[in-house]
Design a protein around this ligand. Sequence first.
Ligand SMILES: Cc1ncc(COP(=O)(O)O)c(C=O)c1O
Length: 390
Amino acid sequence: VKISPEIQDSLEIRFRSTARDLNRRGERIISLGLGEPGFATPAPIIDAAAQAMRDGHTRYSNPFGLPELCERIASKLKDENGIDAKASDIIVTPGSKMALSLALGAILSPGDQAIYVTPCYPSYLPQIKISEADCVARAIDLRRQDFRLDLDAIAAALTPATKALIINSPHNPTGAMIGRDEIEALADILSASQCILISDEIYERLNFSGAPHISPASHDKLAQRTITINGFSKAYSMTGWRIGYLHVPDRDLLRVISRLHQHLNTNTAAFIQKAALAALDLPPEIVAGYVATLAANDRALRDALAGNPTVSVRPSKGGLFAFVNIAASGQTSDAFATGLLERHRVAVTPGILFGAAWDDHIRVSLASSREEVAAGVARLADFAAQLSHG
Ligand SMILES: Cc1ncc(COP(=O)(O)O)c(C=O)c1O
């Protein structure tokens, strides 16, 4: 089988098997590696799925998505995101990862260029390459602008062959969020191009920045060229349910994406779509409580690392993660993460998995309980301080 060496095992799957091995050996580890909420899927969502199965929603269904869910998503995008969305612009997919893959598959042709930022969600590059092996994938380094979009670099990278730009806010792994000024600038930069903006907004609801999340598709000049991707995994702890969606304003593109979807997925499981409807009707306190925990965990991490000679971190604004700078340790991210796991039984994710240039960072997940995160970050701070003493 021919597969590019850029396509490695999925990070989440590799991490889970390491954790399982340690658990099997009876070792109790503190996991700051999770890419999913630490709480169970809320009961009303589970009840809705069970009821839907009993009601017979177990057969093939509308490939675009259940009409009532597409309607509900369109009104959410309109009311909360300021996007001029119609139900007929929506396709419900098995996970937002599939939504991203369908978008790239529909957009990219041989010789095209796709731009993404680094560090980033580890599936972006493999997805670009799976969608179109002969596409040039161009990474924009977020280091120069302290994790903000490097707009000059994006403008410089843009060519007539650039067909897609993937952005993600709140951002995995840095916790940065894209501001209105960056969206304004992007609108100008992309105005004369053929480039579709793919906006991955999966962490939208996990926003503790104090500022609103901004969807680029709400901007007049970006509305027509933006595909908005979102899903249910992160806000509602539905990672294993596999449900997400995309909003595609361009009719021709929507038709191509819908064809890919029909032949790859047929439809997204109908009883899971019923559960997603229940998720959208959940009392907002449930997600708000979880967001408060994420904010407290981010504060606990910063407090634990304050003044540490070896590691430092910027405040996260949203999402599930903080990206910790370990450059002063002199270790690779893999060696650092392995040492922390072996000596202090704390699992984190090496920065190298988010881009080759990020071997001087580790990703710390804020997704566990306050107690678990407090214990884990204290051990991380101890481990890092010991490194500075040789
Ligand atoms: C930035 C980003 N996009 C998309 C996904 C995929 O989410 P889903 O479970 O909806 O496929 C993840 C999951 O970790 C992510 O971090």
